[in-house]
Design a protein around this ligand. Sequence first.
Ligand code: FES
Length: 141
Amino acid sequence: MSDLPPTRRTVLMGAALAGAAGLGLTACSGGGGGSSAGPDKPVDLGSADAVPVGGVTYYRDEFLIVSRPSADEYKALWSRCTHQNCPLDKIEGTVGICPCHGSRFDVTNGKVLHGPASRPLSDVPVKVVGGKLIAGRDEKA
Ligand code: FES
C-alpha cells in the first residue's frame, strides 16, 4: 500500500516507545526539539501506516525519523546531528546514534542522551493527509 519502495526506509518494528504515550505528543508537535532545521518543503513519506504504533521509522533518504506513540499520534525529527550535522546512522531501540563523534539521541523526543551534541534533534511538523505522512514546514507558513 505504500508509495515508497521498501528500500527507502527502515522500519524498526521492535522499537518500543516505553512511556512515549505519556508524552502527550501529537502530529505537528512542537515539543522537545530545538532549531528549525528540516526539509525545505513538505515531503511525502508515503503511507502513515508504515510507522508501526509504538515504533519508529527512519526515512534515511529524507533525513527524517518518525515515531508513532499511538495510532493517531506522530512525531517527526530531523535526523542530522546537532553537533556538526552528520546524519544519524543507526537506531537501536529508541536511541539514535551519530557515527561522527558518538552523540546519542532519544528518537522519540530528540533529547540528547550523550554528547558532544548539546542541543536536541529538531522537530519537523508532520501531518497525515489522505493516509499519507507529510513532513516539513508548509512553504506558506
Ligand atoms: Fe554528531 Fe559530532 S556530528 S557527534
